[in-house]
Design a protein around this ligand. Structure first.
Ligand SMILES: Nc1ncnc2c1ncn2[C@@H]1O[C@H](COP(=O)(O)OP(=O)(O)O)[C@@H](O)[C@H]1O
Ligand SMILES: [Mg+2]
Length: 384
């Protein structure tokens, strides 16, 4: 059964397999799910993003299914709440402050230590995340984020959270992403991805993810421990998590922890056991099957989120065939639609596409992704 905030085209024909939900109102959506489940019993509720994670927790609580405490899922959705809980539990995470969007940015800039990062509290995909090295950059970044937060669609999504901007100390270092599955409060690490492109700002566009990590085993254990501590600090217990950490001098900083699996199409880079997808693994766990022993396949793998080079109308993508010919490349998928505008970060929110690779070493995965990307030419009409 697919629950979605928009009505599915065939919902009237198949009322038992789709359900329109008020996803932005978790309690309302949970009640809608409970009503549906009274007639069509559900055995598990699986969220697909930060917003539906809160709904899934609330609905599972009503139906008596294993779930995350609803407060934990809500906290994972709010970056300010996440920081507060991590600090309270003594988990290393950036120092932070909250500034109302209608405050005087100059006054806030004067109080801030630098470098820092400004960001909305509830968006994803690095949307609205901007580094500032001094008060002038702070002022510009603040106004830019405030403008983004005042857009009607963003305001509606964020509600009162759209009235605040999070300011954080900038943490230098390399960045990793952790994909994990909580099994009754214990964390099973599914993959640690290196992000070999430096993420230094001012914007933080995600590009390459490669697993297994090339960091020393000791650092990887520290990453695992920090992620476990963070999940515990929030109170998350069950199901997928996606975390981002920075590592410097062998110390780990939690940048983010979400109660969902990896975004976009990135999960296609992962296979478990005899070829199960990440989604199948998550479903099996939700249905109470034992997934303890399932490990990611041996072969190093990676994905590149194709960067959006500039704003404009995407007219054509050349070199797809050539990119797919690169040894190690499994697929190149374009998710943007030709003829529609591309919006780069920090305002943009959609992916251009994904490149997937497998190779005998992580370095060769990375090289294959870079070579495939080099063979693509994006024809973007930037107008007069
Ligand atoms: N305090 C920080 N210090 C250093 N880099 C940061 C910090 N906050 C965010 N970033 C960078 O910005 C990226 C996106 O920020 P994040 O808080 O994860 O937002 P999102 O939910 O949009 O992914 C991070 O992956 C990281 O590279
Ligand atoms: Mg993030």
């Amino acid at each position: 059964v697919v629950g979605s905030d928009r009505k599915q085209a065939l919902e009237d024909l198949r009322p038992d397999t789709s359900l329109t939900l008020e996803l932005s109102e978790p309690e309302t959506a949970a009640a809608q799910i409970a009503r549906f489940a009274a007639e069509h019993p559900l055995r598990a509720i699986i969220p697909t993003d930060d917003e539906s994670a809160v709904v899934a927790a609330a609905a599972s609580a009503r139906l008596g299914l294993p779930h995350n405490p609803p407060e934990a899922a809500s906290a994972a959705r709010r970056k300010d709440e996440l920081r507060r809980l991590l600090h309270a539990a003594g988990v290393r995470t950036p120092r932070y402050g909250l500034v109302p969007t209608d405050a005087d940015p100059r006054a806030a800039a004067a109080r801030q230590a630098y470098p820092c990062v400004l960001k909305p509290t509830f968006l994803a995909g690095s949307r609205g995340v901007i580094r500032a090295n001094n008060p002038d950059e702070f002022d510009l970044a603040f106004r830019r984020i405030a403008a983004l937060l005042s857009r009607p669609d963003v305001r509606e999504k964020g509600r009162e959270a759209a009235g605040q901007i999070l300011t954080e100390e900038f943490v230098p270092g390399v960045e990793v992403a952790v994909e994990g599955l909580l099994l009754g409060g214990r964390l099973k690490i599914l993959a640690i991805f290196d992000k070999p492109d430096p993420l230094e700002g001012p914007f933080f566009e995600e590009t390459i993810y490669v697993t297994p990590s090339r960091l020393p085993k000791g650092s990887q254990r520290t990453i695992g421990r920090a992620t476990t501590a963070a999940a515990r600090a929030l109170g998350l217990r069950e199901g997928p998590i996606h975390a981002e950490l920075r590592v410097n001098d062998d110390r780990c900083w939690i940048i983010e922890l979400a109660a969902r699996s990896i975004g976009g199409l990135c999960s296609r880079a992962l296979h478990f056991g005899t070829g199960l997808s990440l989604e199948e693994l998550i479903l099996m766990h939700a249905l109470g099957r034992d997934v303890e022993k399932l490990e990611r396949e041996r072969s190093p793998a990676g994905v590149m989120m194709i960067p959006i080079p500039r704003a404009g109308i995407l007219r054509e993508i050349r070199g797809l065939h050539e990119a797919r010919q690169v040894p190690g490349i499994d697929d190149v998928t374009i998710s943007a639609t030709l003829g529609t505008p591309l919006v780069p970060l920090p305002e943009g929110s959609s992916y251009l596409g994904f490149i997937f690779a497998h190779a005998p070493t992580p370095a060769r995965v990375e090289n294959a992704l870079r070579e495939a990307h080099r063979r693509l030419t994006l024809v973007i009409d930037t107008g007069p």
